[in-house]
Design a protein around this ligand. Structure first.
Ligand SMILES: Nc1ncnc2c1ncn2[C@@H]1O[C@H](COP(=O)(O)OP(=O)(O)OP(=O)(O)O)[C@@H](O)[C@H]1O
Ligand SMILES: [Mg+2]
Length: 132
């Protein structure tokens, strides 16, 4: 009979954290590419899209974690795709925008729009605000 190992959520979390703390092996090229892209975003104040893909367990999350740690001051905002449902195409972007603007699920549309507008005005240079 095969043996399966089970972990409590807490034990799983601690295993994962231990994994995270193991010395990073390789990935210099990937990290350089991400850092160069981030520097360009900062310089040009324009977004860039990077796709990280690979088989399960290959190190996608770890690469991101290492990349994030390279910033003294940064705001990391996460939006997730879901595998099913209607009207989900822009869900990750909506999550990111809501988090940045402080929009709550039960905000009325006009309140949400006001918060979004304020956030855009605070974040972008004036000449880009109207376009957005
Ligand atoms: N370059 C690396 N050096 C050392 N450890 C690594 C490296 N890449 C990944 N690991 C470790 O391997 C394990 C799996 O990596 P990770 O969780 O990043 O994979 P993943 O691609 O995000 O997997 P999934 O597709 O399941 O989300 C983690 O414990 C991680 O810390
Ligand atoms: Mg992962």
């Amino acid at each position: 009979m095969g043996s399966a190992t089970t972990f409590t959520p807490r034990a799983r979390e601690s295993l994962w954290l231990r994994g995270q703390r193991a010395v990073l092996v390789g990935r210099e090229d990937e990290l350089s590419l991400l850092r160069l892209t981030a520097a360009r975003v900062q310089r040009e104040r324009a977004p860039q899209l990077v796709t990280i893909f690979g088989p399960a367990g290959v190190g996608k999350s770890r690469l991101l974690a290492e990349f994030e740690q390279g910033f003294e001051q940064a705001r990391v905002v996460v939006g997730s795709c879901v595998p099913y449902g209607d009207g989900i195409t822009y869900l990750p972007l909506a999550e990111v925008a809501s988090a940045l603007a402080g929009i709550l699920d039960d905000d009325r549309t006009e309140v949400a729009l006001m918060k979004l507008k304020k956030s855009v005005e605070e974040t972008l240079p004036t000449e880009q605000v109207e376009r957005v």
